[in-house]
Design a protein around this ligand. Structure first.
Ligand code: BDR
Ligand code: CA
Length: 311
């Protein structure tokens, strides 16, 4: 099987950590590098979290430090209500020996894409600052991007405001750059990720495989489920970010619809909204494949297999 080469740009984050875990051992994916951005917590914390996950799972994948602040917005927002003070509360990690790479994450994205044969997919599971900066700094990378698969946005209800989802709200301008870049985009938004709730039955199922990956899954999700319950009242937290990886492992897990999507970067009330033209009112050329449904059972099968890959 030809493995799909990816760069994973993330802000770990509980669900980002599971995305790393799933991508790193999949037979369908070649995880070239992990670039980190501020998001769920400050950059210093999200970098440490990425390194901790790699060290704990024994993953020999380079980790790069990316942008510390959004492109234009003054204030970096974090999601400590969901992910805790460290950004990855729950598991206890050994002292960290792994080090972050010297090269900046944005320059790594540029270099890696320029040297490639146009066969790299960029997956973003955090605010899109790193990718947007790479595109602005070096537009020559654009023809080299095979596909952008991003967790972000929604065409229904947001999770930070009625209009906006966290990753897009945190840096709407970066999302605007990405959605106007002209490359193939698959958008994995809250419309589908809210269907994969990590309910008690899922926890029981994943705990049955007893290895370090299942332990990490349970430690992470125990904290995540509690905070999701406190904030949103869900009986289990939505496993947002790993849906991007599940889609690359088996595209049939998602149903998508081509739409013209614009990011609202102008209004105060709805800043960060992904205006997906579901009914094609604007008659504009679609710029995104927007996820509209997910095969929930297939998704959990992929997660379980991903955990078993660490046996
Ligand atoms: C997104 O926001 C973050 O808190 C999660 O890691 C996910 O990427 C969901 O809105
Ligand atoms: Ca994330």
């Amino acid at each position: 099987m030809i493995k799909r080469k990816i760069i994973l740009d993330c802000d770990p984050g509980h669900d980002d950590a599971i995305a790393i875990m799933l991508a790193a051992k999949s037979q369908a994916i070649d995880l070239l590098g992990i670039t980190v951005v501020a998001g769920n917590q400050t950059l210093d914390k999200t970098v440490v979290n990425a390194l901790n996950v790699c060290q704990y799972l024994n993953l020999d994948i380079p980790v790069y430090r990316g942008c510390e602040n959004p492109m234009i917005r003054d204030k970096q927002i974090v999601a400590d209500d969901i992910h805790g003070d460290s950004g990855l509360d729950g598991p206890k990690f050994e002292p960290l020996n792994r080090e972050v790479e010297k090269q900046h994450g944005v320059l790594y994205i540029i270099d890696t894409l320029l040297k490639s044969e146009g066969d790299i997919t960029v997956v973003t599971t955090g605010p899109m600052t790193n990718l947007a900066m790479a595109i602005r700094l070096c537009p020559e990378i654009l023809p080299k991007i095979q596909e952008i698969v991003l967790m972000g946005g929604c065409y229904q209800l947001g999770n930070m405001t009625p209009a906006a989802e966290f990753n897009v709200l945190a840096d709407g301008d970066a999302a605007h750059v990405v959605f106007t870049c002209g490359r193939k985009i698959t958008m994995v938004g809250l419309d589908v990720t809210r269907k994969v709730l990590c309910l008690p039955s899922v926890m029981e199922r994943m705990a049955k495989t007893q290895n370090k990956a299942s332990k990490l899954f349970i430690d992470l999700m125990t904290f995540f489920n509690k905070s999701q319950n406190e904030v949103f009242g869900w009986a289990g937290g939505p496993l947002h970010d790993p849906v991007t990886i599940a889609y690359l492992i088996d595209p049939s897990v998602l149903t998508t619809k081509e739409m013209f999507t614009q990011i609202d970067i102008r209004s105060e009330q709805s800043y960060g909204r992904t205006n997906c033209d579901y009914f094609n009112y604007f008659k504009k050329k679609p710029n995104s494949n927007v996820s509209i449904d997910i095969d929930v059972e297939k998704f959990w099968d992929i997660i379980e297999e991903g955990i078993k890959a660490y046996n």
